[in-house]
Ligand binder design. Structure first.
Ligand code: IMP
Ligand code: MG
Length: 177
């Protein structure tokens, strides 16, 4: 099987949308500081690009959870692989994700973060696949793009750890050789 990447959202559109999200966040958090919580590894590229477009004071922290194995299907298990370095007490937390698929990861994460005493917890995701949602009640405050149910890569998203570096959103296609 040969793999090719079909472009779903080109680089200039991703960049433009991230600038819009940054402007919206800067407006909504006017007069406050925002504490970005990046969900590794997929959220890292998006968070860095987004942070550059935010004009209110920004701080970062990182955490890593795993809900997927090596393939493309959810195992349904969410495990903390790396926790945050800093407490969330009194902070305006904005969780930054690459994609919301089943919603399991975020719903688990948000519940956990809310117990740490932040002033607020909001969510920002580059991509949303609402057709795949199995967990109800996940409120996403900022969505870059709503996409159909296709397995995507690029801009931090991987297929078996590859393609995270693509500057656009693509779909892996398999063809017989
Ligand atoms: P959820 O818990 O099912 O919402 O999935 C969350 C995580 O699964 C995301 O943060 C991604 O790391 C991964 N994931 C879900 N869909 C895709 C995809 O289409 N491409 C690459 N990774 C994905
Ligand atoms: Mg992720």
């Amino acid at each position: 099987m040969a793999e090719t990447i079909r472009v779903m959202i080109p680089e200039d559109e991703v960049d433009k949308r991230i600038a819009e999200l940054g402007a919206a966040i800067s407006r909504d958090y006017a007069g406050k500081a925002v504490h970005l919580v990046c969900v590794l590894k997929g959220g890292a590229t998006f968070m860095c690009e987004l942070a550059k477009r935010i004009t209110v004071p920004v701080s970062f922290d990182f955490m890593s959870v795993s809900s997927y194995g090596a393939g493309t299907k959810s195992s349904g298990v969410v495990r903390i692989v790396k926790d945050l370095d800093e407490p969330l007490e009194g902070k305006e937390v904005l969780v930054v994700e690459d994609i919301i698929d089943s919603g399991r990861t975020l719903s688990y994460l948000v519940d956990m973060l809310k117990k740490r005493g932040p002033k607020s917890v909001h969510l920002c995701t580059l991509l949303d696949k609402p057709d795949r949602r199995v967990v109800e009640g996940v409120v996403v405050d900022y969505v870059g793009f709503t996409i159909p149910d296709e397995f995507v890569v690029g801009y931090g998203l991987d297929y078996d750890q590859r393609y995270r570096n693509l500057p656009y959103i693509g779909v892996v296609e398999f063809t017989e050789e």
